[in-house]
Design a protein around this ligand. Structure first.
Ligand code: ADP
Length: 934
């Protein structure tokens, strides 16, 4: 199946693969080596020069050119023509010019064959008399100049060899080489004959002899023909770099030359009369045997050496194979290879071990696919098929079952081996047994999931009682309290707030870890949002004597699309740090447009301070959770080390980044960069600070509170009462459902249901679904969830169950007021008389309180100079408590400036109380607040 997939695409597309270069193997063997080309062209040049000189000799009547030595046979002019034609054919390139080579070679064959035919038929006239017929028989005393039969035969072979040498098929090339070797033998015999004066070697019977230079020219042409295809046949061995090639190149010239030279010496010795024929033969035989023996011995020694080095290399390869096997075993890595051309599959031993197959099992291509987990098999197969089709690699983790049923996790990598032409030749795969790693990963994931759910549960458990602590301390502070009591309740509220902040930070971190933190995209007025943040931090900055500046670029678009709440969280954290870590000087918040990032506009918010700064080596680390610049920090300034880590994650989730510049002792600048998308004009309504306030007056409503915990019932009832609403309370979902059944026929039924989510008997989600199922008015009445959970998934669950809104515990009165207002606001608000009463009585109470406070503060200011040392603190505590109440309630009545001043005074009085010079410094904040009230 896989083979079929690949066969279907013989010219596979070349794909970029990381492994492509590693596995590219050359497939074309028939390549012209530079040496072969040099031999071919030299032979061609030599033949062309030789043939031309001979022709010139005939034309000009120079015997020394036509026959070299006066007594030797001349080269027939037609032979010279054939030598020139052969040289021309050799000079052409065999592949593209094959047609021309065939034409030239055919002329040579025709000439040789015509001469042979003439001799065979005994005809007097022949093709060799076509040129210079008069000169051919000119001198009676010279050897005749007709073409020799062995020359004619060699010409036929030369033409044939030239034609066959251009063929693509190896058998024709072998034939061409065989013909060339025959030419070499014939011409060599002739040359040896001339050297040793053995006429029989160059003259056939009584016919004309082959001319010496004809023999030399044809010899060199034959060598040239052989070099056309150096990679085929025995010639390939001659060019081989291994021992066989070296032996052939070293030995063959000697084997041919030595007997000839020895023979020559013997003949010369005889002619000089040094010895007779008998001794001559003996000397020749002895010399031949001796030289042959020496040659053989040197070859044997060379072969032995090469064999030894081959064995050493083999041993090194074996050692390296042992090491790779060991490496595979230790690393639990196995490999396989499917050879596309032979259809064979190889497996390493370790692969068999990983798959639980006995060592020695002969695998097939399907063996591994049969082992795959049924859910993974098809995907695994298709990955390999795709690799074969497209030549790409893969890297996946899959499950296999060993034959004994054990499940293993395997990481499978693969790549294709390609030929030089880009075609896939083989597939190479690696299996890594990652079972332990995978199980550990799954365990870690399960642990993370259980940590997340533990945190969610703990958050619920902690938020519920904190709801009580915060809410009741708020209510308590709104009653008549002795100054000591007020101070204690204030401390309770502050501690609960600090605890809630820490809880929120830890929850944020755990949500980020679990990838559950979602970023909303909504229109937001960023300039307004930043101003709100600055206003919130002003009291703290003023208390430390710091200047808090805002440099908000007025040309910056006011409405942008961003998660306003999260942006505010980041800015408040950066501002909080800046104020916290600055003892004198200023903190500046600036807003502007930054440089484009990847072609997108950016918003840049900078918070710069002149504070303690951060040491360079700590800068990278402080973005990690729970890390502070130095360990004395938490003692001096408090804090958990979570703020920057959360801010950086939030910025990242919003598609931006946070950068830090700091000099120890000089100050710090933190830059927040976010992508900038302008919101459509007038779309931004939120400032990220508070839930939306109702557009118009809100009528007093009738609310059903479904809550099981009595203190929560009391708290929310108290708050709703203060907001002027009527409340009916039930303790679980089932009771709520019974009460809801009367919705349609009771005109006085409630306007809104506040529904706790987790309750005994019937939870809030079930109750909501059941209420919605009642139909009629029950289908549309607003239901607001009271959740202890901060996770988006659970909030979504509430919405899915049919709830309209949610309020997170602990519930702040302002949030409750806003949520109720949102659902009770009518399109044409008609203030109900009850609401007027409630609102005006609350506003009246607030005004009364301001007056009382002013009066009391004046009394305290007056009493302080005369007060005994132990009374001073009690007086200051009372002033602080008054400031606190004003700070907490002024906002609700639209007196923001008074609220800020009151909270600044509160902090200042608190700080003064902690110092020794309490009496001297105390009146300033008290007087300031009293003046504001007056
Ligand atoms: P926290 O302030 O709760 O300790 P953060 O993550 O907000 O945690 O800050 C980590 C640490 O980075 C701080 O404890 C402080 O050492 C250092 N740091 C942050 N902002 C500043 C700043 N503006 N100036 C000096 N140090 C800072």
């Amino acid at each position: 199946m896989i083979a079929a997939a690949a066969n279907g695409h013989p010219r596979r597309r070349r794909m970029a693969s990381a492994f492509e270069d590693i596995y590219t193997v050359p497939t074309r063997h028939l390549r012209q080596s530079p040496t072969a080309v040099r031999i071919r062209l030299t032979a061609a040049a030599f033949g062309a020069v030789m043939g031309t000189l001979v022709l010139f000799g005939w034309a000009a009547g120079y015997d020394s050119l036509t026959r070299i030595f006066p007594k030797l046979s001349a080269m027939n002019p037609m032979t010279a023509i054939c030598v020139i034609l052969a040289a021309a054919a050799l000079a052409l390139r065999p592949r593209p010019d094959a047609r021309w080579i065939r034409v030239l070679a055919s002329l040579i064959v025709a000439t040789g064959a015509a001469k042979l035919a003439q001799l065979g038929l005994g005809l007097p006239a022949g093709v060799d008399q076509l040129l210079f017929p008069d000169q051919l028989g000119r001198a009676v005393d010279l050897p005749p100049s007709r073409m020799a039969p062995n020359t004619a035969f060699a010409l036929v072979l030369t033409g044939g060899a030239l034609i066959a040498s251009g063929a693509r098929n190896a058998r024709a090339i072998l034939l061409s080489q065989a013909a060339s070797i025959l030419i070499i033998a014939i011409t060599l015999f002739a040359m040896i004959g001339y050297i040793l004066n053995l006429v029989a070697l160059y003259e056939v019977r009584t016919f004309n002899a082959m001319a010496l230079h004809a023999a030399i020219a044809l010899f060199s042409i034959a060598a040239g023909i052989i070099s056309i295809n150096p990679d085929v046949g025995v010639v390939r061995i001659l060019g081989d770099k291994g021992p066989a090639g070296a032996l052939a190149r070293n030995l063959l010239p000697f084997v041919l030359l030595v007997p000839v030279l020895v023979g020559m010496l013997r003949v010369s010795g005889e002619s000089f009369g040094f010895y007779g024929t008998q001794h001559g033969v003996a000397i020749q035989v002895f010399a031949n045997v001796l030289v042959t023996f020496a040659l053989l011995m040197s070859s044997i020694v060379a072969l032995h050496r090469s064999d030894q080095s081959r064995r050493a290399r083999e041993a090194a390869v074996a050692r390296s194979e042992d090491r790779y096997r060991l490496a595979e075993r230790i690393g639990r890595v196995g490999h396989w290879r499917y050879d596309f051309e032979t259809g064979t599959v190889d497996w390493s031993d370790e692969l068999r071990v990983i798959c639980g197959l006995p060592v020695g099992t002969e695998p097939s291509l399907d063996t591994a696919f049969d082992l795959y987990h049924p859910d993974d098999a098809a995907a695994a197969r298709s990955v390999v098929e795709q690799a074969l089709r497209e030549g790409c690699g893969w890297d996946t983790t899959r499950r296999i079952y060993r034959p004994d049923g054990e499940l293993r996790f395997i990481r499978s990598h693969g790549a294709c081996e390609r030929g030089e032409d880009g075609a896939v030749r083989a597939v190479f795969g690696v299996f890594v047994d990652v079972t332990e790693l995978e199980l550990a990963r799954q365990e870690a994931e399960a642990a993370t999931a259980s940590k997340a759910s533990f945190l969610a549960n703990m958050s619920h458990e902690i938020r519920t009682p904190m709801n009580g602590v915060l809410g009741f301390s708020e209510l308590l502070l709104d009653t008549e309290l002795a100054s000591e009591q007020r101070r204690h309740v204030t401390l309770i509220r502050e501690s609960a707030q600090a605890l809630l902040k820490l809880l929120n930070d830890i929850l944020d971190i755990s949500k980020i870890d679990a990838g559950q933190l979602e970023i909303a995209e909504e229109p937001f007025n960023v300039r307004h949002g930043l101003r709100q943040c600055i206003r919130l931090m002003t009291p703290m900055a003023e208390q430390k004597g710091l200047t808090l500046r805002a440099a908000l670029d007025s040309s910056f678009p006011s409405d942008i699309v961003v998660d306003g709440l999260r942006l505010r969280q980041i800015v408040l954290n950066l501002l909080g740090n800046a104020v916290k870590f600055t003892q004198r000087g200023s903190v500046t918040v600036s807003l502007g447009e930054g440089a484009d990032m990847n072609g997108l506009r950016t918003i840049v918010i900078k918070v710069a301070d002149t504070g303690v700064g951060i040491a360079e080596e700590r800068m990278a680390a402080i973005f990690d959770a729970f890390v502070q610049a130095d360990i004395s920090i938490s003692r001096r300034f408090g804090g958990s080390g979570l703020g920057l880590s959360i801010s950086r994650h939030l910025a990242g989730l919003m598609g931006g980044a946070i950068a830090l510049e700091s000099k120890l002792g000089r100050g710090t600048t933190v830059t927040l960069t976010l992508p900038l998308t302008e919101a459509p004009a007038r779309a931004a309504t939120g400032d990220g600070l508070l839930p939306l306030a109702p557009d118009g007056p809100v009528r007093s409503g009738s609310i059903l509170l479904v809550e099981d915990i009595d203190i929560n019932q009391e708290l929310v009832t108290g708050m709703l009462g203060r907001l002027g609403h009527r409340v009916e309370v039930v303790s679980n979902g089932e009771e709520a459902l019974h009460r809801a059944a009367r919705l349609t026929d009771d005109p006085d039924a409630w306007d809104l249901i506040l529904m706790d989510v987790q309750m005994p008997v019937m939870d809030g989600l079930t109750a909501t679904r059941a209420i919605r199922a009642l139909g009629g008015r029950a289908r549309t009445i607003p239901i607001v969830a009271l959740t202890a959970s901060a996770f988006a998934a659970e909030i979504q669950e509430c919405r899915d169950a049919g709830m309209d809104d949610h309020l997170a515990k602990p519930i702040a009165i302002l949030d409750l007021a806003a949520a109720v207002a949102r659902w009770l606001a009518t399109p044409t608000p008609v203030p109900a008389p009850a609401e007027d009463v409630a609102m005006s009585s609350l506003a009246q109470r607030f005004a009364d309180r301001c007056r009382e406070s002013a009066h009391r503060l004046a009394t305290i200011t007056a009493a302080l100079p005369e007060a005994a040392a132990d009374e001073v603190d009690a007086l200051l505590a009372e002033a602080q408590a008054i400031a606190h109440i004003l700070a907490g309630s002024a906002g609700m009545f639209g007196a923001d400036a008074l609220g800020s001043l009151a909270s600044a005074s509160e902090e200042e009085i608190k700080a003064v109380r902690e110092r020794a010079d309490a009496r001297a410094a105390a009146p300033r904040p008290i007087e300031a607040l009293a003046a504001a009230l007056g």
